[in-house]
Ligand binder design. Structure first.
Ligand code: ADP
Ligand code: MG
Length: 240
């Protein structure tokens, strides 16, 4: 579903990604971790074309992101993205947050979009909050809405960038539970997170980055059992 092949990227003269290669098969869950500044957010932004790459190839469902002929907005509309900060539209009700993209981008009718939005709100346990505004909800609730909003677009895969790292501890699990359920339903997911409990539960593989390089790309048993690189061992010993 996602192929990342020999990708390098520079911000000006600073090389942020060096020769990154990995892939995520349909229905796979890959957790990306590594120290702050190692390039995790940059890599995930490159996957849906929010950041250009200077070398290498990224394809999503067979379409090359960095091919000038690719209809990037169209492809991006099929890739769900959830960020650390929930980024809901603050001036719109929750249900409006869930219908606007369906109507404006996918051309769905109001009724259909609303029905889908309500179904997704029910799924993340927030049906009763449809008419609230984002500011009236907790961080954990807002992040569940953000996931529901991404799902409203019928994504072919989901990208998460530290979706729980801005949340108070008691709200982390309510968001992770939604993500675990998604994983069990077979959604293809690339998840930047330091929640190793989540990784142990649902990841097929763990990618460890350091200084813009993919240092380790291993099955989770292997990664947690005996990471090959010293850098990953150090990292794990600090966060586990
Ligand atoms: P991570 O998500 O692993 O913490 P990032 O991908 O955010 O890492 O950042 C990797 C490196 O690139 C950091 O050194 C960061 O300072 C730098 N960086 C990130 N975004 C930009 C940008 N827009 N312009 C210049 N440098 C950036
Ligand atoms: Mg980051």
């Amino acid at each position: 579903m996602i192929e990342i092949s020999k990708v390098s990227k520079w911000y000006g003269s600073f090389q942020v990604l060096t020769d990154c290669t990995t892939s995520i098969g349909k229905g796979e869950v890959v957790v990306v971790c590594g120290p702050s500044g190692s390039g995790k957010s940059t890599l995930i932004k490159c996957v849906n074309g929010l950041e250009p790459i200077q070398q290498g190839i990224i394809t999503v469902d067979g379409t090359a992101i960095n091919d000038p002929k690719t209809n990037l907005p169209k492809l991006r509309s099929r890739v769900g993205m959830v960020f650390q900060h929930f980024e809901l539209f603050p001036h719109m009700s929750i249900i409006k947050n869930l219908t606007i993209g369906q109507i404006k981008v996918l051309g769905r009718g109001e009724e259909e979009a609303r029905a889908k939005g309500m179904k997704l709100l029910e799924r993340v346990g927030l049906k009763a909050h449809a008419n609230k505004f984002p500011g009236e909800m907790s961080g954990g609730q807002q992040q569940r809405v953000a996931i529901a909003r991404a799902l409203s677009m019928d994504p072919i895969c989901m990208l998460f960038d530290e979706p729980t790292s801005a949340l108070d501890p008691e709200m982390i699990n309510e968001v992770l539970d939604v993500m675990v359920e998604l994983a069990h339903e077979g959604m293809t997911m690339m998840v930047v997170t330091h929640e190793m409990g989540f990784a142990r539960k649902v990841a097929n593989r763990v990618v460890f980055m350091d200084q813009g390089k993919i240092v380790e790309d291993a099955g989770k048993e292997e990664f947690f059992g005996q990471p090959r690189s010293e850098r990953a061992q150090q990292f794990l010993s600090k966060i586990l």
